[in-house]
Ligand binder design. Structure first.
Ligand code: ADP
Ligand code: MG
Length: 236
């Protein structure tokens, strides 16, 4: 409607796709479960960021998304909260492997995502584990053995653990590629493609990137199905 058009214009949101739902301009309009709204309120957030407002309703429709937005725009909760809701719908067995997989370029970023996931899911009984290189595998493998709903991983370490057959991705049905452009710049494309081969094709895939060069467009075309594209601000 008119108000969502003016919201999008005001926040420099452009969308590409069929029947894209209107943005959630307030937390009340999200329909998120009470325990999630409570955490958002505790964090002191007053409104969704533009990327959250426009990607949440699309993600809740189980559609693929490619989101192009700068750092600091609130992308983490943009994919984590729909991931929590996806988990509730699936009710998979955490002993059989994660349902939600987030790939991130570095240990530092993966750790930050893990912290955000734990904080915002603490009243939802969700088990979240972080896998990254430069640290011993033992504790990470023990976490996996306890059962996991969400895995946040760097592509290199996840591949090592896959090759050891210490994780199964057969239950993954919500895949996030965070900072896709950076992962490709760091040379992770072969690892990403190997990981995706282990995930059943019937899944929801969300890709986040700050830039939109042809390498990123190519991997998006290969891994996403009829994605809704959401841009915040101008595209470089
Ligand atoms: P990005 O991944 O886009 O760089 P982050 O997800 O790391 O951004 O978010 C940046 C900061 O904004 C974090 O500290 C996060 O907790 C905070 N944040 C997320 N959503 C909101 C919101 N709706 N209102 C205010 N702050 C938010
Ligand atoms: Mg981020």
């Amino acid at each position: 409607g008119l108000s969502s058009e003016s919201y999008c214009r005001q926040h420099e949101i452009t969308v590409n796709g069929d029947d894209v739902p209107s943005p959630f301009t307030s937390f009340e309009s999200t329909g998120f479960p009470a325990e999630i709204l409570r955490e958002v309120h505790n964090a002191g957030f007053s409104a969704p960021t533009p990327i959250q407002a426009q990607t949440w309703p699309v993600a809740l429709q189980s559609r693929d998304i490619v989101a192009i937005a700068k750092t600091g725009s609130g992308k983490t909760l943009g994919y984590l909260i729909p991931g929590f809701i996806h988990l509730k719908r699936c009710r998979n067995n955490p002993q059989l492997g994660p349902t939600v997989l987030v790939l991130s370029p570095t240990r530092e970023l993966a750790t930050q995502i893990q912290v955000e996931a734990v904080k915002f899911s603490k009243s939802s009984r969700i088990a979240c584990t972080c896998l990254y290189g430069g640290a011993p595998k033992g504790p990470q493998l023990r976490d996996l053995e306890r059962g996991v709903d969400i895995v946040v991983a760097t592509p290199g370490r996840l591949n090592d653990i896959l090759e050891m057959r210490k994780i199964s991705l057969r239950q993954v049905s919500y895949l996030v590629l965070d900072e896709a452009d950076r992962m490709l710049d760091m040379g992770f494309e072969p690892q990403i493609r190997k990981i995706v081969q282990e995930i059943p094709p019937r899944r929801q895939t969300l890709m986040y990137t700050a830039t939109w060069p042809k390498e990123v467009r190519k991997i998006a075309a290969d891994l996403l199905v009829n994605p809704v594209q959401v841009n915040i601000g101008s595209i470089d």
